[in-house]
Write a protein that binds this ligand. Sequence first.
Ligand code: IPE
Ligand code: IPE
Ligand code: MG
Length: 256
Amino acid sequence: MASHGHTPAALAEADQTATARAAAPPAHVAIIMDGNGRWAAARGLPRVAGHRAGVEAVRRTVRLAIEMGVGCLTLYAFSSENWRRPVAEVLDLTGLLRHFLRAEIEELHQRGVRLRVIGDRSRFDEDIQRDLVAAERRTAANANLTLVVALSYGGRAEIVAAARAVAEAALAGRLDPARLDEAAFARGLSTAGLPDPDLIIRTSGEQRLSNFLLWQSAYAELVFLDVLWPDFGQPHFAEALAEFARRERRFGARPG
Ligand code: IPE
Ligand code: IPE
Ligand code: MG
């Protein structure tokens, strides 16, 4: 006799569950936007042309995330290690950031995007720091999409900063170390209050995290795409979401 799991009713129910799973987009998608330099090199262009095209891909991706019902989108725009690049490229990248903040915030606001920046913003020029604060304030009440931009971000530095805060609280007698748990520790990370990423996409074919969201990625599904970031668009986003929908997430529990 067929087991309970194979009765027509059970099959229909399983089918519905699968459909529901496929239909529900991940609440938080994080993207390692990689491959700008290779995109430019393939066209005989300077790297900055790749970064400019990368900004276009950012605009496209924000619109797509809203359309696809993603609640939170984190974009890795500049790592704490990217300061090691040649000065001219760092200047190009910070210049593009400055321009983006002046040219795009109004449109993001109109689209109902709430901007939040993570990373060591103190390393940027003061005018950029001011524009970051202004953009976060201006968009703070928006609810269509939370756009987290990781700038001068490094996962290890973030964890060390949280550990330092915890150590200082303990020294000052404000925290009993025995009572520190994961949730309390996570409140000291720059992502406090955000859900962990369900899906992390990396473009350009590289298969590594490069110091991105090390704590938060504990149970993220990882999808590596062979597209270079400036070419990322609707088909690639859809492909990543479809791949996510096929994954069975277990969180260490026994497969159901
Ligand atoms: C990603 O593209 C942008 C940043 C890291 C700032 P890259 O500049 O890393 O491009 P590739 O990896 O050299 O192609
Ligand atoms: C990761 O890309 C950082 C960003 C996309 C902002 P990198 O190009 O800096 O990473 P590696 O050096 O290839 O690991
Ligand atoms: Mg790269």
